[in-house]
Design a protein around this ligand. Sequence first.
Ligand code: PGA
Length: 247
Amino acid sequence: MEENMNITICDNYDEMSIETAKFIINYLKNRQNPLVCFAAGDTPVSTYKCLVESARRGLVEFKGIKFVGLDEWVGMSEKDEGSCRNFLNKTLFEPLFINRSNIIFFDACSEDLEGECRKVDDYIRQNGPIDLMLIGIGVNGHIGLNEPGTPFDSCSHVVELTSLTKRVAQKYFNEKKELDKGITLGMKHVMEANCVILIASGTKKARIIKEAVEGNITNDIPASLLQLHKNCYLFLDKEAASMLNKN
Ligand code: PGA
């Protein structure tokens, strides 16, 4: 089922991060004022370090780029340690000196979360599609916070988090957090993006990578929809790829 997916298997996490950063740098070279969406999470940390280092060395330029946020925990702002925006500010936006006016993000503290969804959807409709997306995958197959069962034609929406996501997400915070809902771009945005890169590392991701890549396309595993994406690249380390048939 995975003919459409371009899969690169790297020896380890560091190599996966370097290869992903190289791909991004190369992709962005030929783009005029692209709209990009880079995920928060543990997996892209080293990729972002490589991008920041490459920008310092003049190998890539982020000035004309507009960034759209993928997702956020409802009730959290950029001031909250561990929120998606806080993470991206620290790892990417601030080290790259990205002008705040070039960043569009859900305000997950808003009293009008539906309005926030419309704000981001409208922005993408007018300035999109998203040119390049870098995403991770949850152990339940979620992309962004598109949890299992999310309709494939969804735009931005507010989501009840699964108990697994709530539990796994504790790793982002210094103290226990009561997580309840998320706000996220939809699968429609992912599928309409010109290019999607999915990265995954470690044995904990091996089973879901196998299901997403070689299993049925089903909204029980949102990442499986990527089998139908026209321009999708997976960068995996050996461990994340260890259950794939071809490995
Ligand atoms: P991770 O998150 O990179 O921290 O594993 C991935 C995800 O849940 O999408």
